[in-house]
Design a protein around this ligand. Sequence first.
Ligand code: NAG
Ligand code: NAG
Ligand code: NAG
Ligand code: NAG
Ligand code: NAG
Ligand code: NAG
Ligand code: NAG
Ligand code: NAG
Ligand code: NAG
Ligand code: NAG
Ligand code: NAG
Ligand code: NAG
Ligand code: CU
Length: 575
Amino acid sequence: MAGGRRLRCLPPACLLLAVAVALLAIPGLAAARTRRYTFNVTMATVTRLCVTKSIPTVNGRFPGPKVVVREGDRLIVQVHNNINSNVTFHWHGVRQLLSGWADGPSYITQCPIRPGQSYAYDFRIVGQRGTLWWHAHFSWLRATLYGPLVILPPRGVPYPFPKPDREVPLMIGEWFNADPEAVIKQALQTGGGPNVSDAYTFNGLPGPTYNCSAGDTFKLRVTPGRTYMLRIVNAALNDELFFGVANHTLTVVQADASYVKPFAATTLVISPGQTMDVLLTAAANPSSPAFAIAVAPYTNTVGTFDNTTAVAALEYAPQASLRSLPLPALPLYNDTGAVANFSANFRSLASAQYPASVPRAVDRKFFFAVGLGADPCQSRVNGTCQGPNGTRFRASMNNVSFTMPKTSLLQAHYQRRYSGVLTANFPAVPPMPFNYTGTTPNNTFVMHGTRVVPLSFNTTVEVVLQDTSILGAESHPLHLHGYDFYVVGTGFGNYDANNDTARYNLVDPVQRNTISVPTAGWVAIRFVADNPGVWIMHCHLDVHLSWGLAMAWLVNDGPLPNQKLPPPPADIPKC
Ligand SMILES: *[C@@H]1O[C@H](CO)[C@@H](O)[C@H](O)[C@H]1NC(C)=O
Ligand SMILES: *[C@@H]1O[C@H](CO)[C@@H](O)[C@H](O)[C@H]1NC(C)=O
Ligand SMILES: *[C@@H]1O[C@H](CO)[C@@H](O)[C@H](O)[C@H]1NC(C)=O
Ligand SMILES: *[C@@H]1O[C@H](CO)[C@@H](O)[C@H](O)[C@H]1NC(C)=O
Ligand SMILES: *[C@@H]1O[C@H](CO)[C@@H](O)[C@H](O)[C@H]1NC(C)=O
Ligand SMILES: *[C@@H]1O[C@H](CO)[C@@H](O)[C@H](O)[C@H]1NC(C)=O
Ligand SMILES: *[C@@H]1O[C@H](CO)[C@@H](O)[C@H](O)[C@H]1NC(C)=O
Ligand SMILES: *[C@@H]1O[C@H](CO)[C@@H](O)[C@H](O)[C@H]1NC(C)=O
Ligand SMILES: *[C@@H]1O[C@H](CO)[C@@H](O)[C@H](O)[C@H]1NC(C)=O
Ligand SMILES: *[C@@H]1O[C@H](CO)[C@@H](O)[C@H](O)[C@H]1NC(C)=O
Ligand SMILES: *[C@@H]1O[C@H](CO)[C@@H](O)[C@H](O)[C@H]1NC(C)=O
Ligand SMILES: *[C@@H]1O[C@H](CO)[C@@H](O)[C@H](O)[C@H]1NC(C)=O
Ligand SMILES: [Cu+2]
C-alpha cells in the first residue's frame, strides 16, 4: 500500500480502487506526502530539581522532537539506537492499517532494536487528525523518550471549529531523580510498589512549585483576545491527572485524534496515553499579567503516589517571578465524582463529514475483569515479597497476568508458529464471577500466560472492562493498539448486562484509543476488527503493564489482498 505498487483489478478490488480514486478528488488528499524523520537515540545530560543525570533522548532532546504530518501522509522514521539498552518506538493512537510491523510494542509487533541497530518505522496516517504522540515501548524508557505527533487535516480542509491563532503542544511528563529503569527493576525484585516520581513536568519542565526549579518553567506567552489550541498529552508513566488554568475556561474540541462535540470545562481529567486538544481564549483585559497552568494527580491507589502539583505559566507579559501565582482550583486527588462528571461530556462530533460509524450489532462480546492481584511468595525469582501480606504484586485481566514473550508475537503469527510463544485461550469472561466492587475473593493469586484472543477479520467486538477491588479499587487507563474504539457505556458498581446494555449510546459515543475503567466501575467499548495483526491492549500505567495488565488480540487476515498483513520489512529487528 505504502509503496504504491500496481494492483491487478479484480472485481472487489476495483470497487476499492474506485473509492481510492474518489478520495483523491477530495481537496488535499492528492497532495499526500512522504515525511521523513531521523531518531538518533542517544544519552544526554539533563538537570532538573538540581539533579544532573544522563537520560535516553531522541537526538539529544528532552522531550523529543515534534513530528508533524498531514492526514493521508506516509511517515518514515529512521531509528538508530545508540544507547546501551534495547529500544522500540510506538506511534500512540496511529491505526497502523496493514502496517502492524511499525506499531512498536516490544515483543508484540517486533523484537527490540538492540544497541547499535537501526529500524525504519514506515506507515501511513489514514482517517485521523489531531494530536497523538510517540513514545518508547520497552520497559519504562518512555519516561524520557516521548514527543508529540501532530496530524494536520489535509491541506485545504478546515477544522470544524474556528481556526486558533496558535497551536501549542503541551506534553505532561513525570520526572524521576532516580533512573526510572532502576526504579522498575527494584520494584520487580522486591515485589512491592515502585518508588514514585519527584515531579510532574510541562514539556519537560517542572516549574516553580518544586525546589530548585523556578528557572525550569514552561511559559506560554499569549496576546489578549487571541485563541490558542493546546495539544495536551499525558505522557506521565503512572498517573492520571487533573489539569486547569487559573481564571480561564477551556473548550475541548478533540480527544485521541478524533473530533468531539465542543464542550467547556474548567478542569480536565487526562489519563496516561490520552490526548486532548483544547481552545483557550486569552482575556481581552487580563486581570493579572500571568496565570498558573497546573496539573495534580487523580488516584485511589492504596500505595504511595506522587502527590505534587506542577505549574506552567500563561503569561500576558513577562514575569520576574512565578512563585506566587494562584493555582487553579483542582479537585482533591481522590475525587472520582469529578472524574465521572468530566468524562460524561465526551461525544463524537458525529457530523456529515465526520460520522460516527458505531457498530449496532455485535458478533462477539467479552467481559474482562481488570485489576491488581498477587503472586505467592514461593514463586519468587531471586526477589523478596514486599507486596501485600507478604506476596508479590501482579496485575491481570480475567485473572491472567500477561507474560512478555521472548519473541515477537506478530512474527510468530505471520509464520503461523505459535507453539511455545502464545496460546489462543485468553478467557472471554473471568474464571470465577464475583462481586467486583464488594468483598474480594480470599485468593488474590493470578495465573500467568501469553494468551491472546483470535478474531476473524471484520468481527464486531464489544468488551466490557470491569474494575475489580482486589487489593484496592483503582481506575485503569486501558489502551488498545491498532484501533480506535467507541465508548458506548460506562457506570459504577458491577456491570449489569440486562440493565446497562439498554442504556448504551449508539448515536454519538466518543471514539478513543485509551479509556479509563472507572474506579469501582466499568466501561463498554466497541470496535470492528478490520486491521489484521497482533494488537496489545494494556493498562497505560506503566507499573501495571510491568505487572502484567495486558492481553492481545490476534486479528486474522481477510479474504481480499488488501485485507492481509504484508510481509515484514527487511530491516525488522530479530530476537
Ligand atoms: C547519533 O549520535 C551519536 C552521538 O552523538 C553519533 O556518534 C552518531 O554518529 C549519530 N548517528 C547518526 C546516524 O546520526
Ligand atoms: C527507592 O526509595 C528507597 C527509599 O527512599 C531508596 O532506598 C531506594 O534507593 C530507591 N530506589 C531507587 C531505584 O531509586
Ligand atoms: C481568579 O478567580 C478567582 C476565583 O474565582 C478569583 O477569586 C480571583 O480574583 C481571580 N483572579 C484574577 C486575577 O482574576
Ligand atoms: C495530597 O495532596 C493534597 C493537596 O495538598 C492533600 O489534601 C492530600 O491530603 C494529599 N493526599 C495524600 C494521600 O497525601
Ligand atoms: C479523599 O481523601 C480525603 C483525605 O485525603 C478523605 O477525607 C475523603 O474521605 C476521601 N474521599 C473519598 C471519596 O474517598
Ligand atoms: C538466582 O540467583 C542465582 C545466584 O545469583 C543465579 O545463579 C540464578 O540464575 C538466579 N535465578 C534466576 C531465575 O534469576
Ligand atoms: C495474609 O496471609 C495469611 C497467610 O496466608 C492469611 O491467613 C491471611 O488471611 C492473609 N491476609 C490478608 C489480608 O490477605
Ligand atoms: C457488591 O458489593 C457492594 C459493596 O458491598 C454492594 O453495595 C453491592 O450491592 C454488591 N452487589 C451485588 C450485585 O451483590
Ligand atoms: C475468606 O476467608 C474468611 C476468613 O477466613 C472466611 O470467613 C470466608 O469464608 C472466606 N471466603 C471464601 C469465599 O473462601
Ligand atoms: C464487514 O462485515 C459487514 C457485515 O457485518 C459487511 O457489511 C462489510 O462489507 C464487511 N466489510 C469487509 C471489509 O469485509
Ligand atoms: C434492573 O432492571 C430491573 C427491571 O427493570 C429492575 O427491577 C432492577 O432493579 C434493575 N437493577 C438495577 C441494578 O438497576
Ligand atoms: C534486548 O533484546 C534482545 C533481543 O530480543 C534480547 O535477547 C535481550 O535479552 C534484550 N535485553 C534486555 C536487557 O532485555
Ligand atoms: Cu492499571
